[in-house]
Design a protein. Structure first.
Length: 138
């Protein structure tokens, strides 16, 4: 038995570019809004159904990587023990954002509440051009 909710057999063009039956990562996981504010960027990321302990932030080579993991053991099985249907995501997914080489770990702040991860990252300070200083010839 196969069940594809909302499946329409004649949407072949859509299926070519958006195959929900092959993809393991749901499209609504880790959606992010990025806002530039006075001196920092604010990232608001949706992580529904994932606990705070299952989210990891990593800063390496100027990239901030956000990884979320969810393991689901609640599976519907038929009498032979095979999964009949599984719609909920189980596994891990990640997103990376370039934040700059000058950003340090202690400059990044993160909070988690009601399925939303909020991260603040300072904007890179613009390098000031040095004033040309002439050396007199004696």
């Amino acid at each position: 038995m196969k069940f594809y909710p909302g499946y329409r057999a004649f949407d072949l063009f859509d299926d070519l570019f958006n195959d929900n039956y092959v993809s393991k990562t749901p499209a609504n996981l880790l959606k992010t809004d990025i806002t530039e504010k006075n001196g920092y960027y604010e990232l608001n990321m949706e992580v529904p159904g994932i606990n705070k302990e299952d989210i990891q932030l990593e800063l390496k080579d100027g990239y901030l990587k956000v990884t979320a993991t969810r393991n689901s053991n609640n599976e519907e099985k038929d009498d032979q023990g095979r999964i009949v249907r599984q719609e909920r995501f189980s596994g891990s997914c990640s997103r990376s954002f370039y934040v700059g080489d000058n950003v340090r770990q202690q400059d990044i702040k993160a909070s988690f509440e009601n399925g939303e991860l909020k991260i603040t990252v300072p904007t890179q300070a613009k390098k000031e051009e040095e004033e040309t200083k002439y050396i007199p010839i004696l």
